[in-house]
Design a protein around this ligand. Sequence first.
Ligand code: SAT
Ligand code: MN
Length: 582
Amino acid sequence: MTTSLATLQKWVDEVASHTRPNNIHWCTGSDDEYQQLISKMTADGTLSPLNQDKYPNCYLHLSDPTDVARVEHLTYVCTPNEEDAGPNNNWMSPVEGHAKVDPLFAGVMQGRTMYVIPYCMGPLDSPYSRCGVEITDSPYVVVNMKLMTRMGSAALERIEREGTFVKGQHSTGDLDPERRFIMHFPDELSIKSIGSGYGGNALLGKKCHALRIASQQARSEGWLAEHMLIMGLESPDGETHYIACAFPSACGKTNLAMLIPPHSLPGWKIWTLGDDIAWLHIDTEGQLRAINPESGYFGVVPGTNAKTNQNAFDMIHKDTIFTNVGRTADNEPWWEGKKVGEPAFDWQGRKYDPENGPAAHPNSRFTVAATNNPSYSALADAAEGVPISAIVFGGRRAKVAPLVFEARDWQHGVLVGASVGSKMTAAAFGEVGKIRRDPMAMKPFCGYNFADYWTHWLSFPERTKKLPKIFHVNWFRQDDDGNFLWPGFGENLRVLRWIVDRCENRVGARETPVGYLPNEGDIDTSELDISADTMRELLSIDVEHWRIENEHFADYLDEFGDRVPAALRKEQQRLAAKLAEL
Ligand code: SAT
Ligand code: MN
């Protein structure tokens, strides 16, 4: 199969003549193709079949030990003007960017097959979807893209019809971290990634296209590309509200998106639309609607068990690719927090020895199609997406942020989103545990200057009067001994109920300098082992902490200089003034 689209054919030919693959395979996306690639990779050791009785159609990939997470320090946004990339991105000029990576691609596919993957981010028939083509020499990338996106012939048809697509050029190269780069050229709608096979670096439809490139496109076209899960909450009377929640990587988006209601809240049902990325558009009625550009999950494995996330636990018992987990003696995948079985081998294939650290890498992942999820919502495939009632921000904070609060209005909500901070996790190479600013959970993913991004967010009240309410949650508040105060997981539904009730004006709230907080007793704690004192602590504001936090945020804004929108500064100063009154 080749293509009728001349620009696509020309680009594929150019990449082939530069990278010199032995052959070229245009992916159709068929199940047969998937199975053939799986067989090829099990034959050459890229994948090992797991216990097929207990884990049918599940495979294990062990990556190079140096290639286990996103590499933010090697990720660049290449715009003609450095200012346009902003202090939130590493920058190179497009000329320099190409000059840096092109030599690394020269001849790199010799002896390998070059796969051409046409893909569509979002439902194939949605006007909100956008397409791309990834060229890669990694069959592991192809099978992951098959699980994560709508890829193959149908996507190619749309690309040929539209004539436009994001160009993604990827090679695992020699996996040398010194020769690893993830380059974005937003003006050219192109991505060049070399030297890594890891998800966020190599599955170019995901962070590179659906966030870094798309956030730029969204800005110029009047929509938002966000690092958000999308879920539906169906009440016992059959009323469903959809919410979009932004949390940094490895802060529980996948768990929240497929939450199982506790027994004490009978009749509730949760529907999963997406666990990582949301594209938000205003429809002709002025309603904000969300689609999930992806069609699968690339989730953190450790900690997944029948108690924390029964849906995820069930869905990864079949048709799943595991990356960097350990194995039991009878060849089942094993990870810390699985609660059943014992590790026999670790994620580097060694005999398990606690001296070597955990059996599963803390950022080990599962890749699985969204339709495997028991709480999958068929509306994830709806061209028009779902209406969004609330936007929720959050991070991992031991102190400062209360369990939940509501922003006063949209402008204040932008301040709340922009001041998200979180403990760093193993999802990215860096100092795990260190608090870093992660505005809208987009620090690693906003493909342009954050100051311009906040200006874009602040423009939404001019576009529609029907914007959703904005909230902030923190499931990770700790007492002075480091114990979590809130039980989390399924019990988070109690907080989401309050959010929905606020959206419907069914419950009051108390006004504080930081926003609206629940009145005592309004978060249902029935059948929970939690004292009124703990609830009070969870819903308290530590004024001194907030003052310091707000001062740090002002310093952070200074890094963006004059480009910071005046309305955001004003919100920050307004908060400072209110805190000073106390
Ligand atoms: O970057 S990935 O998409 O691989 C995972 C994450 O950090 O969210
Ligand atoms: Mn993510």
